[in-house]
Ligand binder design. Structure first.
Ligand code: NDP
Length: 401
């Protein structure tokens, strides 16, 4: 019987567990394994009551302990691990997958805990080992990275002879009513937005100060929002995998209240990842901040509004210039009614389940380490519509200047 292990029991894992249980034919048996077992048990109770077809078990695991995790995978008899813990654990989990001989899927690339720098080089270094073992590692199967890479592969396959410009737009028009809270893990989120920005142009990285580049964009079903250029991991892989590309940028919307709070927290040193001594203990200010902020998985009931996330592509077809915006709109409250989570976790957890499904059903196969845009986008795009994230195509979008 096909068995899957999900590692992590946070906001994103919560959605993925619901989706796997809805898709019980592909996920007849599922283990939720995380650092805090009570969270796994709470999730199991939810899905057992709601769906009842997938046989769900739970386990306590520190994913940094590779031998213990490899033993857990083997004892359970899993054929795939879906890593929905934090980016710091990626390499330890990939090592465990190699040791246990199973496929691997994640949604965020590896980041060392002591440097806020995320790059694919550490995970790409596993290519030969996964290839030699005949195993697949699928990297970045969330929304961004994830669906944005699938949109890019789909645009290239169906609309363009060559894509020259990609602007990835991540708009969250949701309102949770708190003056300051993050929609996914606060530590990872703040590390990402407080870091210098960068984009890729004419074969090289262009570096910017944090939040230096701002644009206003009118998002369908959300309205006008300020968005800011950030560094984002899929730029690195898309710049290699989309032939003819000249520039890739990533923009995320932020409200004024979020930015004002962030600036203040930065100014007083609360976003620092340098450990400090506090009453005889070493603490990391950002980790302490995480502990006092609302848990993202608790935002579901109070978040209203929609997300609009997609890619504006500019390129050529038959010698003519062409622009397309491929995007998804997701409603926070609809997500909450369906799986008890807000849309940011939903838009990540659904593609995580779909990526795992692509490997488990053999629709996507290959030995090695792959970014999502390297596979055929069509079955994934079809599954997005079937599992709650239908895409739309705007054939005449407003470009980002
Ligand atoms: P949460 O903080 O809500 O959940 C993380 C989970 O991982 C928690 O259950 C946590 O356990 C568990 N965990 C942490 N460390 C370990 C460890 N050493 N061993 C076992 N379990 C551990 O995060 P999110 O659900 O918001 O995010 C999950 C992942 O999704 C992150 O990597 C994030 O970067 C990624 N993401 C990707 C997006 C995309 O579009 N591609 C968008 C949003 C998020 P505990 O409960 O004990 O803390």
């Amino acid at each position: 019987m096909s068995k899957t292990i999900i590692i992590g029991a946070g906001a994103v894992a919560g959605v993925a567990v619901h989706k796997c249980c809805q898709n019980h034919r592909v996920f007849p048996e599922l283990m939720i394994a995380s650092r805090t077992k009570s969270k796994c048990d709470a999730l199991k109770a939810q899905v057992d009551e709601k769906y009842g077809k997938t046989k769900v078990t739970t386990a306590q695991i520190d994913a940094m302990d590779t031998p213990a995790l490899a033993a857990l995978i083997k004892d359970y008899g899993a054929d795939l691990v879906l890593n929905l813990a934090l980016p710091y654990q990626d390499l330890a989990i990939m090592d465990a997958c190699l040791a246990a001989g199973v496929n691997y899927v994640d949604t965020a690339n590896y980041e060392p805990e002591d440097t806020a720098k995320f790059e694919y080089k550490w995970q790409w270094a596993y290519r030969e080992r996964f290839k030699a073992a005949g195993l697949t590692a699928l990297l970045g199967s969330g929304f961004d990275p994830g669906v944005t890479g699938v949109f890019s592969a789909y645009a290239l396959k169906h609309y363009f002879d060559e894509i020259n410009y990609i602007d990835i737009l991540d708009c969250n028009g949701g309102d949770h009513g708190y003056p300051f809270a993050t929609n996914f893990n606060p530590e990872i989120n703040i590390r990402e937005v407080a870091a210098p920005g960068s984009y890729w142009e004419n074969g090289a990285w262009v570096h910017t100060k944090p939040m230096e580049i701002k644009r206003e964009y009118d998002f369908k079903e959300v309205g006008k929002k300020d968005m800011y250029l950030l560094h984002h991991e899929e730029i690195e892989s898309l710049s290699l995998n989309i032939p003819g590309i000249k520039r890739i940028r990533f923009f995320m919307t932020f409200g004024q209240s979020y930015l004002t709070h962030l600036k203040c927290l930065e100014n007083v040193g609360m976003t620092s990842i340098e450990p400090i001594d506090y009453e005889g203990k070493r603490i990391v200010p950002l980790q302490f901040l995480k502990a006092v902020l609302p848990d993202p998985s608790s935002l579901g009931p109070r978040t209203v509004g929609k997300t609009n996330i997609g890619c504006v592509f500019k390129g050529k077809k038959g010698g003519k210039e062409l622009t397309r915006y491929i995007y998804n709109i997701c409603d926070h409250q609809e997500c909450y009614r369906e799986v008890g989570s807000q849309a940011v976790a939903y838009t990540t957890g659904v593609p995580a389940m779909i990526g795992a499904m692509m490997l488990k059903t053999g629709v996507w196969k290959g030995a090695g380490v792959f970014n999502i845009e390297e596979f055929d986008p069509d079955p994934f795009m079809k599954a997005l519509g079937e599992w709650g994230l239908p895409f739309q195509v705007d054939e005449n979008p407003v470009p980002v200047d």
